[in-house]
Design a protein around this ligand. Structure first.
Ligand code: AMP
Length: 593
């Protein structure tokens, strides 16, 4: 069935929202389409007493559960979709996770099922992954927590059938599941679909990417003919439009343009790094930020090897991949939410739809296969209106994919450098000082151990003749431990990385020309200019300077920047923050004797 023009979208849109709340919702009615410019969730206005959900006409139980959840105002997708769904219309929505789309379809469906006496499920929600199925089912459960006798059941692969079968035998209102397991239950007759009056396809583009099209069609063909259909997708490729055309009946179309706004909350960066330096680069990044991180890699094998390496470096880390049993995965996500683990190393499929608010950083350790994967990955941060950071590792070969990605997502991905020793050491110092300061504040409130602390202080002063500063230094020493506090590892590869990549873009001409171009063209703030008192009058040439510096110090030729030779002196750009020993060696170098 072809999409028909919808002439009543404006009437259905709540006039009050559109007039009174222009800053929150700027709505354009394009014949059969509502386009909404959305702001992040936390910008929803309203004081504590206000309940922006009242005007939808929800019953008191739903309003109570929303109050318990702390929702004060509907998000733009909720404002646009809820009135349409309450009217029983089909809906085609383009919205990403993080926009509040789950409540947008769950709330009106729960409202419609109030006092539902039917034994068999009336609503079926299909999701691409078990994680999303669990999340959506949990949302239904929490939004209906105050509604009496409302039952939501999640059915997905990777877990025992028995619990699912016994849950489906009792009264069920909503079933949320993944296509494969839904098919199994339909085939076995354990999921009775005769009463289904609404079907929701959530993250439809993902289901298609995962090859579920045939399964979805198999299921739809067996559902009762007369039903409401809702299709949500983060992107709207032709395949999704085709499904909509085939199955949706005169749908309201809602496009949440928040994709851009939401991803704007995520600052997107990339780092040039060669394959064999990736792990080292990752460790350096985690020195700066290691609380609430997801690292995306391509293979299951890599998840475990990286997690092991990070654990050996002292991080609290867990793995999420398809081989991990479902209950263990749920447990891992729960521990991440609660802060018992800080870093998750995951494959794309295992981490789909993951909604953990404390994720501050997403590292694309391996380049994503396509822009959808990238958008889903980085969407794991910047949840519920928070800001987040996404870092993409790019090697020479992936450079043009990076440009494609920027173009197709219409986002600017900014280059950053791998943190060098100086940056890491400053961060370590900053963290230590912040921890000591925090401990000082906590210590004042620690009534329980106050007497103990005073006892220890008296003991140290009287029996060990220590003064305040001795004691403070000893306590700091205890925190630092025996390991060296500052990193002093070889970092020349970091500069080499940057230069190599810049250099490769200029492939014309002979070697010498390439080198001189490289030295003269780069603009880099990772260098410092050194002045040497030899120049043209001394007969020195660029090659002499490079070989002398390389032979007298541990500086690599490729990490030397611009070289300018004047009559009686030369200026050479060298990596910033060289070790003091290297600087001393530089002071003594002689060119051509
Ligand atoms: P979703 O896009 O459905 O994955 O929702 C993203 C997050 O927003 C979830 O953590 C929801 O609990 C939260 N959320 C949804 N609607 C609202 C609302 N109206 N006010 C505050 N938070 C919300």
């Amino acid at each position: 069935m072809a999409l028909k023009k919808d002439n009543h979208s404006v009437d259905n849109g709540d006039e009050k929202f559109q007039k009174d709340d222009v800053s929150l919702l700027e709505s354009k009615n394009l014949e059969n389409k509502i386009e909404i410019e959305s702001k992040p969730l936390e910008t929803s206005k309203g004081d504590n007493n206000e309940n922006g959900f009242i005007d939808f006409g929800f019953n008191q139980s739903i309003l109570n559960s929303l109050r318990n959840k702390g929702y004060k105002n509907p998000t733009p997708i909720q404002k646009a979709a809820i009135p349409e769904l309450m009217l029983g219309r089909d809906l085609l929505g383009q919205a990403q996770t993080g926009t509040g789309k789950t409540a947008a379809f769950a709330l009106p469906l729960i409202e419609k099922l109030t006092d539902n006496k039917e034994l068999n499920a009336k609503v079926l929600v299909m999701t691409p992954t078990r994680e999303l199925a669990t999340q959506v089912a949990d949302s239904f459960k929490s939004y209906s927590s105050e509604s009496s006798n409302f039952k939501t059941v999640a059915i997905y692969g990777g877990t025992d059938y028995r619990n699912q079968i016994s849950a489906l035998k009792r009264k069920v209102d909503v079933v949320v599941g993944t296509p494969g397991r839904i098919m199994d239950h339909i085939r076995q007759g354990t999921f009775k679909i005769n009463a289904i009056s609404c079907l929701v396809l959530d993250e439809a583009d993902e289901m298609l990417n995962m090859g579920f099209l045939e399964d979805i069609e198999w299921i739809i063909d067996r559902l009762p003919e007369n039903k409401q259909m809702v299709l949500f997708s983060a992107t709207m490729p032709n395949e999704i439009r085709n499904i909509a055309k085939k199955y949706l009946n005169d749908p309201a179309e809602i496009l949440i343009k928040s994709v851009k706004k939401e991803t704007q909350l995520i600052s997107q960066k990339f780092i040039y790094v060669q394959r064999h330096h990736k792990l080292e680069a990752l460790k350096r990044i985690l020195e700066i930020n290691n609380e609430g991180v997801i690292i995306f890699v391509r293979t299951k094998l890599l998840t475990t090897s990286i997690a092991e390496a990070l654990e050996n470096s002292g991080h609290s880390v867990a793995v999420l991949n398809g081989d991990i049993p479902q209950n263990q995965r749920e447990n891992t996500v729960d521990r991440l939410k609660k802060g018992f683990i800080d870093i998750l190393v995951a494959t794309d499929v295992a981490a789909r739809g993951l909604d953990v608010e404390r994720i501050k950083l997403v590292v694309n350790y391996d380049f994503p296969f396509d822009k959808e994967t990238y958008t889903h990955r980085i969407g794991r941060t910047g949840r519920a209106g928070r800001s987040g950071e996404a870092i993409l590792f790019v090697n020479q070969r992936e450079k043009h994919f990076l440009r494609n990605l920027e173009n197709s997502t219409r986002n600017n991905i900014e280059e950053i450098k791998i943190p060098n020793n100086k940056v890491i050491n400053e961060k370590r110092m900053e963290k230590l000082i912040a921890n000591i300061n925090e401990s000082a504040l906590a210590q004042e409130k620690n009534e329980e151990n106050k007497a103990l602390m005073i006892d220890i202080l008296d003991n140290l002063k009287e029996k060990h003749s220590m003064d305040d500063s001795n004691i403070a230094m000893a306590a700091i020493n205890l925190v630092i431990g025996n390991k060296s506090f500052f990193v002093n590892e070889d970092e020349t590869w970091i500069y080499k990385q940057n230069n190599t990549d810049r250099n490769r873009s200029n492939r014309n001409g002979n070697n010498r020309l390439r080198n001189s171009n490289r030295r003269n063209n780069y603009q880099n703030d990772s260098f410092e200019t050194y002045k040497f008192n030899f120049g043209k009058y001394d007969g020195v040439r660029v090659a002499n300077i490079i070989s002398t510096i390389c032979n007298s110090t541990n500086i690599n030729g490729r990490s030397i920047g611009k070289i300018q030779i004047f009559n009686d002196y030369s200026l050479v750009d060298l990596p910033k923050d060289l070790h003091i020993e290297t600087k001393n060696k530089l002071k003594k170098i002689k060119v051509r004797n």
